[in-house]
Design a protein around this ligand. Structure first.
Ligand SMILES: [Zn+2]
Length: 365
């Protein structure tokens, strides 16, 4: 546990749900943990006991579960879901698939799950923000999301110019569809301020920006729970990146403004994050994240004041460890997010130099 984590409370300590099983956190709220084949090696998924109106029998309810987030599409995750379905659902069906945002570890299996649980008298629907639904549809049909020529040119314009990296990024096609081969053909819309009734309790949608196009966290005041998705994580800081599709984005300002929306929630709220362990100490964690980014912003500002920097120049300042290409592209996005906050906030100015690279230097005055 790192020093900052010691300021948080992990009510379950080091206990994790077993593979193919779940851990009940509160009545009708189950925690599932699935492996991911990345540096970030797991994702948390949630089962919420639910009941919905039976369309064929007025006044009657269909009993079942709503699930939150899906894991990436691969055989291992499907097998783990099947194990969970046969032992953890108390013989009841999945009624709907709620997805916090469009990243592959969250939406990957949504198509398979919705199909798997749709019956003659019930459509198992995907629930997601409209923005992330559209983004997932586009990305799953594109061969160039997170790679390809456009991404290679974007990174090169920010200083990632060594020919081997450029070639590899250009050749990295089909990355998103490999983990999200299909998206359900229709959805139910989640949006900020909307409440959905799950298992007889109201869950309130809270939108968040800077990590995904329109991330939705779910808060249940009655149960004292926040499903925070990737917006508040206890151990690592959320990836906040600028991508080629929105090259002037101020992702970090959006992110920091978004997490402040959680500040008014009750201090005892149990936070259910997508990575790491359920914890209490939401306001402490939000303060830590502000401190973290304020320190990074100060480092980046000092570097650019000392001499003009492109994003690639910032990498060794922000990231002390050695990065592989995959991590480098994420790190470039993060470096740009910090540079852009300073640039768009007026502390740095940006120029496109004669070598075709954007550099940031201290703003006059
Ligand atoms: Zn994410």
């Amino acid at each position: 546990m790192n020093l900052l984590e010691q300021q948080l409370d992990y009510p379950w300590g080091d206990t994790l749900p077993e593979q193919g099983a779940s851990l009940e956190l509160a009545p009708g709220i189950k925690w599932i943990r699935m492996a991911l084949p990345f540096a970030l090696d797991h994702i948390n998924l949630w089962l919420l006991r639910d009941e919905i109106d039976d369309p064929d029998r007025p006044g009657e309810k269909i009993q079942g579960w709503s699930m939150v987030d899906c894991c990436i599409s691969r055989d291992e995750s499907k097998a783990q879901w099947e194990a969970i379905f046969s032992t953890q659902l108390e013989g009841l069906p999945i009624l709907r698939v709620i997805v916090t945002h469009m990243h592959p570890d969250h939406i990957g299996l949504a198509y398979w799950l919705c199909q798997r649980w749709t019956t003659a008298n019930h459509v198992c629907r995907l629930w997601i923000s409209a923005t992330d639904y559209q983004a997932a549809c586009l990305a799953s049909q594109s061969t160039t999301s997170f790679g390809g020529d456009k991404a290679a040119r974007f990174f090169a314009s920010h200083g990632l110019t060594d020919p081997e990296s450029v070639e590899k990024i250009r050749g990295r096609t089909g990355y998103y569809p490999s983990m999200v081969p299909e998206v359900p053909p229709s959805f139910c819309r989640l949006m900020d301020g909307k409440s959905i009734r799950i298992g007889g309790r109201d869950w309130h949608c809270i939108s968040g920006y800077g990590h995904a196009p329109e991330h939705i966290a779910l808060h249940c005041a009655e149960a004292g729970l926040l499903i925070s998705g990737d917006m508040v994580l206890p151990r690592i800081s959320t990836n906040v990146s600028v991508y080629d599709i929105e090259p002037e984005a101020d992702a970090l300002t959006l992110f920091l403004t978004s997490i402040d929306k959680f500040l008014p929630l009750a201090p005892q709220t149990l936070v259910l994050p997508s990575h790491g362990k359920p914890f209490r100490g939401l306001q402490t964690r939000i303060r830590q994240l502000h401190d973290h980014h304020r320190d990074r912003l100060e480092e980046v500002l000092q570097a650019c004041v000392a001499s003009p920097c492109c994003a690639a120049d910032i990498l060794p300042i922000m990231f002390k460890r050695k990065l592989d290409l995959h991590q480098t592209t994420f790190a470039m996005g993060e470096a740009l997010a910090h540079l852009h906050t300073l640039w768009l906030g007026g502390q740095l100015r940006r120029s496109l130099d004669s070598d075709g690279i954007y550099r940031f230097r201290s703003a006059p005055g």
